[in-house]
Write a protein that binds this ligand. Structure first.
Ligand code: SF4
Ligand code: ZN
Length: 333
């Protein structure tokens, strides 16, 4: 006897849904996956009628599926938003140049405007050049700090109201675990928020519509919808600490698939004593972009690169670094 789809649509079940274990046909899986994202968007009110939304598009599975699903939901439920694609070219040959080809295909397939901003044009450094300069460690610190700011710069150029990122449930659960393991309470406070930023001058809100979508389901959705995405890992240092959290989460998921959502719910429900310091967010007086320190981390890292002191701003500050940073602030304001 063939197994029938558990929604009673009378079609044959085609797959077992990773999140719930339900046997579903392809069509009912697509609908369940899309409807959950719609519910997340509706309940969190992250989009407003008439808003311009930039999808932070890397060409990877998450952002490619995000662009695809947002286009469908915008038409199906009449959100009234305009979607654009915003890509950051870090200048990593053999990785980002190839993945950007996927984003260009998304632009054509989904008929969305695409803006590509490169580290080279923003900072006059590519990641390849930075790695040549700093060696094999701390690559992701430079890359992550510059990318965060590059997205803000791109959002300003595009004039969008918010940036939608492809962070999925696995990413968020991993981040909760990492912040607990590190005792990083200020990041733990905000890592489960579906919307961050937007309250400070010049800051554009970031939203995570895939916050409750499992990575396995995103891959499954892309596979059965024949969505083309770029799946090669970055050639530079993977984030080792996140790797431990990821491996632990995957083990938990094998035993109990709801572990991912359970961890996110725990992160959402944690409350903190008033004495726990939350990061104060302001605008960097040097570059004018959002920052929790003066000058912002991007400005400090860039200054270090330009002065031939690439360790400036990395890790715990030495006395010399502190002096240079103080001088940097003094000279600038
Ligand atoms: Fe950048 Fe590191 Fe990600 Fe590579 S792995 S894209 S260097 S943050
Ligand atoms: Zn700055």
């Amino acid at each position: 006897m063939p197994v029938l789809c558990s929604t009673k649509c009378h079609r044959r079940a085609f797959l077992k849904r990773p999140k719930t274990g339900d046997a579903l046909c392809k069509e009912c899986f697509f609908l369940a996956f899309e409807t959950e994202i719609h519910t997340t968007i509706q309940q969190s009110k992250i989009f407003k009628q008439g808003s311009l939304v930039a999808v932070a598009a890397s060409g990877g599975k998450d952002s490619t599926v995000l662009a695809h699903v947002l286009k469908i939901l915008n038409e199906r439920y009449k959100y009234g938003i305009e979607l654009k694609l915003l890509s950051i070219d870090e200048g990593i040959s053999g990785y980002r140049d190839d993945s950007l080809e996927t984003v260009k295909k998304n632009r054509d397939d989904y008929d969305m405007e695409l803006k590509i901003l490169s580290y080279k044009e923003l900072y006059n450094w590519t990641m390849d050049e930075i790695v040549d300069n700093i060696g094999a460690s701390n690559n992701c610190t430079f890359c992550g700090v510059f990318r965060r700011q590059a997205l803000d710069r791109g959002a300003r150029l595009l004039g969008v109201d918010c940036i939608a990122t492809g962070h999925n449930a696995d990413d968020i659960a991993e981040t909760v675990l990492m912040n607990i393991l590190r005792g990083d309470t200020s990041r733990l406070c905000r890592c489960c928020e579906i919307q961050t930023g937007g309250n400070e001058p010049n800051s554009v809100p970031r939203v995570k519509p895939l916050k409750y979508s499992y990575e396995k389901e995103i891959v499954m959705y892309a596979h059965f919808k024949k969505i083309v995405y770029f799946s090669t890992e970055c050639v530079f240092s993977p984030n080792a600490y996140r790797g431990y959290a990821r491996a632990f989460l995957k083990d938990l998921e094998k035993v109990k698939p709801s572990a991912i959502i359970d961890i996110i719910h725990s992160g959402e429900k944690i409350s903190f004593k008033h004495s726990v310091k939350k990061p104060s967010r302001d605008v960097c007086k040097r570059c004018g972009f959002i920052s929790s320190q003066q000058p912002c981390k991007a400005c400090v890292l860039l200054e270090g690169l330009n002065r031939g002191l690439p360790k400036l701003g990395i890790g715990k500050k030495s006395k010399a670094d502190r002096l240079i940073t103080v001088n940097l602030v003094k000279n600038d304001f």
